[in-house]
Design a protein around this ligand. Sequence first.
Ligand SMILES: O=C1C[C@@](O)(C(=O)O)C[C@@H](O)[C@@H]1O
Length: 236
Amino acid sequence: MFEEFVLAASTGDLSAEPRAREAADAVEFRMDLAADPLDQLAAYDGALPLVVTNRAEWEGGEAADLGRYDALAEAIAHDAVVAVDVELAALRGNAPTGERSHATALRESAREEGVSVIASVHDFESTPEVGTLSDLLADAASEGDVGKLATTANAREDALAMLRATHEATAAGHRVATMCMGEPGRHTRAVAPVYGSRIGYAPVDAADATAPGQYPLATLRGLVDGLLETDAEADG
Ligand SMILES: O=C1C[C@@](O)(C(=O)O)C[C@@H](O)[C@@H]1O
């Protein structure tokens, strides 16, 4: 998984999956935004593989307590689930509620199930300088099968910093997924894959964005495919 770019359609409602099929490679099931997520998973018979995310409140999500780990442990046992998102801060023991043992146990179980681990970092306020981004990407990539970094761009320079950090991390052999949130960095969602980013996110329904600045799903598919195609031609 994630040998190549994967476009994940984000939703808290798995019944939306048929509408994502044409443009997406996977569904990101935001369990923290879902009603009865485990029931939805048990009933899922869609075509797209699932990435499960149960984002903690302290990382911008809606999962309020450690019960999110039990739900994730149950989720990864489903055949359709191919990857699980775990916050880097939890894996490193830096979460406000000290969740290291929960997070590492979940990672163990995921590995046993053959489920990939996305170690993720989010900054909803700003984008640190390139050196910090590079360190975060190296840390995240060492804790997961993919290291994901989403920061908020307040200016175009922030987008440039993210693209540079993506390029350098990829050149150093790290498997990463990157994007900037917010309008000034929106284009990174289309361009970062050219520099090696392996995952993109877009809402199944444009009105239900799961982060600021996301493109509609079909738009992001078109942009990324167009750029990756041009890039492959230039390389060849
Ligand atoms: O981590 C990410 C990336 C994201 O925050 C974005 O900016 O598109 C959207 C989230 O649903 C996902 O879990």
